[in-house]
Design a protein around this ligand. Structure first.
Ligand SMILES: NC(=O)c1ccc[n+]([C@@H]2O[C@H](COP(=O)([O-])OP(=O)(O)OC[C@H]3O[C@@H](n4cnc5c(N)ncnc54)[C@H](OP(=O)(O)O)[C@@H]3O)[C@@H](O)[C@H]2O)c1
Length: 271
């Protein structure tokens, strides 16, 4: 009797040297990893790479993630976070590969207290608008996609809020942090692990975060002792942020609470 042949997953991870990308490397150790050397806005290179590597799954963690920078460099934001997804999803479709792509809570305007996968996006900053355009390019081009919206990422391989708080706490007597923007902090290790599960789930949009809602101030309180609350009006930034960017996951089992994930992160960073 001839045994059934299970097709081997050949995984290509793009943006593999970013904060999330590093943790994806641990979850998908046999994947092909490409960093910024494969510029996702280079149509010919992206198409050629997918043809050559012949992946069955492409995971795209590459993005222009500087939220304030996106206001000053809108064209770049829309090219990297938007148009590049048209080429990439076309290449995946033509190669018969599925695509996992990450998007953001900032596709929502924050006028409601929480958002499900089916809620209508309405971004209020250039980053959110550019990421939403990426989502739409993918949905227009292919069927076999999984878009994972996530929020407030922290991981040991990138600049993140936890590290900023630890540094400011050493440098300043008091650290002022906004107490009127609410969201769900998410550990990139947990998100990377969940990505493997989503790869086998039905196509569509997923909201994946650690569980529990907090303000940036409450998040900071769990990290450093010398934090004081302030308002967004007292701490203006170039990009407007949604007041509530709480993603509700109605499709898969929840990740652990963010406080537990933070404890794991703090342990990991000190080795
Ligand atoms: N960070 C968050 O709080 C957050 C929240 C919600 C959603 N997300 C989403 O989650 C995903 C991962 O985020 P992250 O925090 O891990 O991002 P990250 O640390 O900024 O990593 C992004 C990676 O993409 C690379 N990159 C930028 N432009 C590129 C291009 N044109 N071609 C190829 N690579 C390029 C960057 O390389 P260089 O460093 O060389 O530029 C970097 O290595 C992104 O889709 C992001 O939008 C993040």
């Amino acid at each position: 009797m001839v045994a059934a042949i299970t097709p081997v997953k050949r995984v290509l991870v793009l943006g593999a040297y970013g904060m999330l990308g590093h943790d994806l490397q641990r979850v998908f150790p046999d994947a092909v990893f490409r960093g910024h050397d494969l510029d996702i806005t280079d149509k010919e290179k992206v198409t050629a790479a997918v043809r050559e590597i012949k992946p069955t799954l492409v995971i795209n963690a590459a993005a222009y993630t500087d939220v304030d920078g996106c206001e000053d460099h809108r064209d770049l934001a829309f090219t990297v976070n938007g148009e590049a997804l048209s080429t990439l999803s076309g290449a995946c479709r033509d190669a018969g590969a599925s695509l996992i792509h990450y998007s953001t809570d900032y596709v929502f305007d924050g006028t409601r207290q929480s958002y499900r996968e089916t809620d209508i996006p309405n971004p209020i900053n250039a980053y959110g608008a550019s990421k939403l355009s990426g989502e739409r390019y993918i949905q227009e081009t292919m069927d076999d996609y999984r878009i994972i919206r996530t929020s407030w990422l922290f991981g040991t391989h990138g600049r993140n809020f936890v590290e900023t708080m630890l540094r400011l706490s050493r440098e300043m007597q008091e650290v002022r942090v906004v107490n009127d923007q609410f969201g769900k902090p998410t550990y990139t290790v947990d998100l990377a692990q969940k990505t493997a599960e989503i790869a086998g789930a039905a196509p569509g949009i997923y909201h994946i975060t650690n569980e529990g809602i907090c303000s940036w101030y409450e998040f900071a309180q769990a990290i450093i002792p010398n934090v004081v609350p302030c308002t967004t009006a007292e701490y203006p930034r170039r990009a407007q942020r949604p007041a509530y960017s709480v993603l509700v996951n109605t499709k898969t089992t929840p990740l652990r609470p963010w406080k537990e994930a933070l404890t794991a992160y703090l342990k990991e960073r000190t080795g």
